[in-house]
Design a protein around this ligand. Sequence first.
Ligand code: SAH
Length: 347
Amino acid sequence: MLIDTLRETHDLDDAALLDLLATDRYDDALRAAADAVRRESYGTDVYVRGLIEFTNYCKNDCYYCGIRRSNGAAARYRLTEDEILACCREGHALGFRTFVLQGGEDPYFTDDRVCQIVGDIRAAFPDCAITLSIGEKSRESYQRFFDAGADRYLLRHETANEAHYAMLHPSDLSGAHRKACLYTLRDIGYQVGAGIMVGSPGQTLAHIVEDIRFLQDLRPDMIGIGPFLPHKDTPFKDAPSGSLALTLRLLGVLRLLFPGVLLPATTALGTIHPRGREMGLQWGANVLMPNLSPVGVRDKYLLYDNKICTGEESAQCKDCLSRRVASVGYQIVTSRGDSLRVQRGGQ
Ligand code: SAH
């Protein structure tokens, strides 16, 4: 049957993928197979990344995003380098061995400033992975960040379909350029994360199949997916949220298509349902990205409404997460948490 074929061949034709995504008919078998494969690849380990949302200034105007340039209601902030390093120190003491610096595309953070910050984190925490998630840059910039010590880069492609991309973004942004950035990052030697929002306005299941084909070509180390959630001060404020069921189903499909990939159970998944992240882990996800940002700015990095964990201290967050992870039979580990491809030294 479909799930066995997917599990054995790590592929399906378009019609079979559409069939799988369209109904809940295969859900029990899909979830069981995804969890089995996740255990073959990663056991019951859950990798954690400390997320530092260091600026919510952004020069882009993505229609779905709460920190888009045109949102005059957003209270803007940027962290100083000292504040960023303090987050890393706190995170390191809590057992984090990956720091993710995420932000809007903020021109204040020039390449020189980014390199300075990355270099200082690299020197202070030689046992940690440094991940950047700061959008589309030139090859030269990506190379400079890499040379300064960054090892990973998250850049969701958002959608592989150019017409759909144009529904989500103003015309100065293109899907082709975003994809080209991902190939450049891979080429430089970064561990790369791509991904999409599930249920973004205008998205069809056929688009998701196109996303899968793109991912099969790119072969990223990580695939970040979470439901689209509306933000009240964006053009998509009245658009419906993405579906929990489809997000989980897609996690399961991705685990079977890419047995060794890193799959985060995202904050958006935890926002759409109180136990969404736990369910994500049961559907094949093996990564969590709790917030390490200072409490004072957490309620300002709002990409969508009702974001969770905006009030807690990092240590509280870690305890809460450990309990949640244990409640579904997995455990958080203290390690860099490289993808299987990297652990095996492969390309
Ligand atoms: N500026 C960086 C970081 C973007 S924020 C970059 O360009 O990559 C990280 C991700 O949050 C985005 O890639 C997007 O997929 C997701 N996101 C943004 N707005 C969202 C929303 N309203 N609902 C759910 N996810 C959203």
